[in-house]
Design a protein around this ligand. Structure first.
Ligand SMILES: Nc1ncnc2c1ncn2[C@@H]1O[C@H](COP(=O)(O)OP(=O)(O)OP(=O)(O)O)[C@@H](O)[C@H]1O
Length: 171
């Protein structure tokens, strides 16, 4: 069977303290030993990966992300993005926090991927690697460069360059 290049993982976050205090109820459950969740009483949805409320950052990274990072070293392209409503846990999972302020077990995908990439590079001394980083916030129709304070308020646009590469350019 042909392998589908896009995989979808769903992660359920635990209730926050304030939600427990307000007596909010969990409305989604993982069906044990399956990649399915039930919303409400009987609405079942199937995903490529399902992570319950007790899942760890380690588990998410090792299951879904590590294979992609390792394939980068082999020359493949990979994209990971988090999608979900406000407060659903995108930032927690992607982990944009400062490396010094996050305890080891809670490090998210970005920090783990960076460590893995440089670890792999150090294990391949005979290959020349070129690492570039950009950090762009997309909010509604607006883009903001989070690494470039001077241009952060300028007009950024995504377009193709003459070689067909997708670039983020400042106008
Ligand atoms: N898996 C998790 N385990 C424990 N706490 C979590 C988990 N996921 C999210 N949280 C907590 O839930 C809250 C909301 O998460 P987060 O800020 O990551 O959501 P978000 O989707 O990025 O929200 P926004 O769209 O507003 O940026 C935070 O306090 C975060 O620490």
């Amino acid at each position: 069977m042909e392998e589908i290049p896009v995989k979808v993982a769903v992660r359920i976050r635990p209730l926050l303290c304030k939600e427990v205090l307000h007596n909010h109820q969990v409305c989604v459950r993982v069906i044990p030993n399956s990649q399915q969740v039930i919303i409400g009483r009987d609405r079942v949805f199937t995903f490529d990966f399902v992570f319950g409320k007790n899942s760890t950052q380690d588990e998410v990274y090792n299951t879904c992300i590590k294979p992609l990072v390792l394939s980068l070293i082999e020359g493949y392209n990979a994209t990971v993005f988090a999608y979900g409503q406000i407060g659903s846990g995108k930032t927690y999972t992607i982990g944009g926090g400062h490396i010094a302020s996050v305890v080891a077990g809670q490090k998210g995908i970005i920090l783990r991927a960076i460590q893995e990439i440089f670890q792999s590079i150090s294990e391949h001394p005979n290959i020349d690697f070129n690492v570039k980083v950009s950090y762009i916030e997309v909010y509604k129709e607006d883009l903001r460069d989070l690494l470039e304070l001077e241009t952060s308020m300028k007009d950024l646009h995504i377009r193709k360059d003459e070689k067909g590469n997708t670039v983020c350019a400042c106008c």
